[in-house]
Design a protein around this ligand. Structure first.
Ligand code: MG
Length: 303
């Protein structure tokens, strides 16, 4: 069934969405929005406007939007660590940074084996405090979203960084352009998007699913979990039931853990990333090209 707001492909989708919810346009005016992250304590959301080299802030208490940081080293994806600190992927400085409680910025990691990263794209923090991030080349391909440069690593991997030990290791090395990533609620699985079709004709536009080893630090498997049916998957998040809410070319697509495309939320612009937020974590915030959208859903984000 299809309405102006939803396409329902599986009956389970009707229990995850609200028939009487509206799509809210919270703000527009960016060149390319990315990296939403919700701060429950402050009741605000930050996100990136990458080409404009700024981070924006939406205040849940009054709906106002302001510039959070400018310039910001062309940040892309963000997340919040277990201590409530902002962790950011930065294109221009080619690093993963952390904003401390006093507001200062710490570069956590910007190279491996002496080689600079390409342009960290998206990031998640595991419950053990380790930081997992993707490193495609979008921020060094041109000057539009960072500074054009050659890749020093000459490949695009996904890394695990342990801030307690200062150790960084590649956890997967067979992606074309790794992009969004997220753990299942129990952290037994890690999903990673490959947007390789941006650089390779007929290249990947799928999500892969890995099994996290019993050591909590290595991956196995990596089978294709879902191939995008409209554009490509960029950033995504999971709800408490393990359903995947992912960006796509025509909106937000929702997959069950068994790989079934349950349905879509139609968004009038290409979606780059999403996150759950609000005091109940039952509102999906959607970064889509020039705008920030939101919609209440009938589930909660797992983190
Ligand atoms: Mg991305």
């Amino acid at each position: 069934m299809s309405t102006s707001l939803y396409t329902t492909l599986d009956e389970r989708f009707t229990r995850l969405t609200l028939f009487n919810a509206q799509l809210d346009t919270l703000w527009t005016g960016a060149r390319w929005t990315e990296g939403p992250a919700y701060f429950a304590a402050g009741r605000y959301l930050v996100w990136s406007d990458i080409p404009n080299n700024r981070m924006m802030r939406w205040d849940e208490t009054d709906g106002s939007v302001s510039v959070f940081r400018h310039p910001c080293h062309n940040t892309n994806g963000h997340t919040i660590d277990r201590e409530g600190r902002l962790v950011s992927c930065e294109h221009q400085s080619r690093c993963v940074s952390r904003t401390e409680h006093d507001g200062s910025r710490t570069v956590l990691v910007d190279r491996i084996s002496g080689k600079r990263f390409n342009s960290p794209n998206d990031v998640v923090v595991k419950s053990d405090g380790t930081i997992w991030f993707s490193d495609p080349t979008y921020g060094i391909d041109t000057d539009y979203e960072g500074d054009a440069a050659e890749s020093e690593i000459v490949a695009s991997h996904v890394y695990r960084y342990d801030p307690a030990r200062g150790e960084c290791t590649a956890v997967t090395t067979d992606f074309v352009k790794p992009n969004g990533l997220a753990f299942s609620p129990d952290e037994q699985l890690l999903y990673i998007a490959d947007t390789g079709m941006s650089h390779v004709k007929g290249g990947p536009r799928h999500l892969r699913r890995f099994t996290v080893g019993s050591d909590g630090r290595t991956l196995s498997g990596g089978e294709v979990f879902a191939t995008c049916t409209a554009g490509w998957f960029d950033g995504f998040r999971l709800d408490v039931h393990g359903n995947i809410w992912t960006s796509a070319g025509d909106g937000v697509h929702c997959y069950s853990p068994d790989g079934t495309l349950l349905g879509k939320i139609h968004i009038p612009e290409i979606v780059a990333n999403v996150c759950f937020g609000g005091p109940k974590r039952n509102r999906l915030f959607i970064c889509a090209t020039t705008s920030l959208y939101a919609i209440f859903v009938a589930t909660r984000g797992c983190r």
